[in-house]
Design a protein around this ligand. Structure first.
Ligand SMILES: *Cc1c(COP(=O)(O)O)cnc(C)c1O
Length: 409
């Protein structure tokens, strides 16, 4: 089998594009016409998988779905306008009022907010410390249907017990959803720990250039949907491994409409081709900056799974190709965090992650501000925590930048 990057770079060419074009073109048509009306009826009745209407399917987006699916070794992938839409639509399409799910409490801030909103609609969540599968097991109730975790949590870099939770979900017949955004399929493929469904925000490492929003949901084929009570009869056709993703495409994408546009799909697909190259460099830069900061007397603590003293260091080393390109740290008492951040010149003060540029942000005052001090404390987020997402800059420039920003008082 060809390697990760070879597969992605050559995936469009294999689909036989007109004029021998090497990239899938941007298809802008919203609707598709048929000579024989029977062919159109077959599409609507699920007998043929051709194109009908752009809200649920588009050839340029299909090409991206094929790429993401190959990256994650899935059986089917659906793309969305954002990563948040992918997460929201999984719950919207697959859970019902009265269902309960268990989630890691170390969670992307907007996902945390979204899960609380689902609670208002009768789908209850229990947040647990997912670095321990036992904590997840304790939260399971008779009405529990699903478990949701991230791989490496942002911003404190806790690593979920991905294998233990996978075994638990298999034993209990629970849907296991893994948000793989922070690792990306280059560093880790959740299918290997028994994930049922994989979420990726394409906005981050996969798209990589910080120009385009997108999300994806991949079905791994590991869950037996024939025993899941929330699949509608009309989607129980063909291979049961694809029933859930079909329902998500119909209920989530077609009915709700958080569709990825074809222009965005092209940009994300081009970005995806260099994922491995960029992440190699970003992870190496993170390792080098962490090593520098961990030994600096104006730095109190550094959180990065690549550090031997990180509580889940062994787990991260076993599961991930590299320990990621995101870390966070606390400055020593008396060092003014805002003044330090303002002295950074190469690193940009910005909220995104996974860009080619190194980005820095004070967490409690910005992305985790709305959730308040109590929830922040439960997530291990100190008021002085600074998050860094490393880019692809030359490491000497990054080291010099942090050095001068820490030198002044
Ligand atoms: C950014 C992010 C999301 C949301 O993705 P968007 O594309 O910004 O909507 C979800 N999960 C994680 C872990 C993220 O970092």
């Amino acid at each position: 089998m060809p390697g990760f990057t070879t597969t992605i770079v050559h995936s469009d060419r294999r689909s036989g594009i007109e004029h021998g074009s090497l990239h899938k073109p941007i298809h802008t048509s919203v609707a598709y016409g048929y000579e024989d009306v029977q062919d159109l009826a077959d599409v609507f009745q699920g007998r043929s998988s051709a194109y009908s209407y752009g809200r649920q399917v588009n050839p340029t987006v299909t090409a991206l779905e094929t790429k993401i699916n190959a990256m994650e070794r899935g059986v089917a992938t659906v793309c969305f306008g954002t990563g948040m839409a992918a997460i929201g639509m999984v719950l919207f399409a697959l859970l019902r009022k009265g269902n309960h799910f268990v989630s890691s409490s170390f969670l992307f801030g907007n996902t945390n907010s979204l899960f609380q909103t689902f609670g208002l609609h009768g789908i209850d969540v229990t947040f647990v410390d997912a670095t321990s599968a036992a904590a997840v097991a304790e939260a399971i109730r008779p009405d529990t249907r699903l478990v949701f975790v991230e791989t490496i949590a942002n911003p404190r870099t806790q690593v979920a017990d991905l294998e233990g939770i996978g075994e638990l979900c298999r034993a209990k017949g629970l849907v296991y959803v893994v948000d793989n955004t922070m690792t990306s399929p280059y560093l880790f493929q959740p299918v290997q720990v028994g994930a049922s469904l994989i979420v990726n925000s394409l906005t981050k490492y996969i798209g990589g250039h910080g120009t385009t929003l997108g999300g994806a949901l991949t079905e791994t084929g590991r869950f037996d949907w024939s025993v899941f009570d929330n699949i509608q009869d009309t989607y129980k056709k063909g291979d049961p491994a694809k029933w859930a993703i079909t329902q998500v495409r119909k209920k989530g994408l077609r009915d709700f409409g958080p569709t990825l546009g074809p222009q965005a799909a092209l940009h994300l697909g081009i970005g995806a081709e260099t994922l491995a190259l960029r992440q190699e460099r970003q992870c190496a830069n993170a390792q080098a900056l962490v090593a520098y900061l961990a030994g600096h007397d104006k730095v109190a603590r550094v959180y990065y799974p690549g550090l031997p003293e990180h509580p889940e260091h062994a787990r991260a080393t076993k599961l991930f190709r590299h320990p990621g390109a995101l870390f966070s740290f606390e400055l020593a008492d008396g060092v003014d965090a805002f003044a330090f951040l303002n002295r950074l010149d190469v690193a940009i003060k910005s909220s995104n992650l996974g860009d080619n540029r190194t980005l820095a942000i004070p967490v409690a005052e910005t992305i985790y501000y709305e959730m308040g001090p109590e929830r922040r404390a439960s997530m291990g987020i100190a008021d002085s925590l600074i998050r860094i997402s490393t880019g692809i800059e030359d490491i000497d420039d990054l080291l010099a930048d942090f050095e001068q920003a820490l030198a002044e008082e």
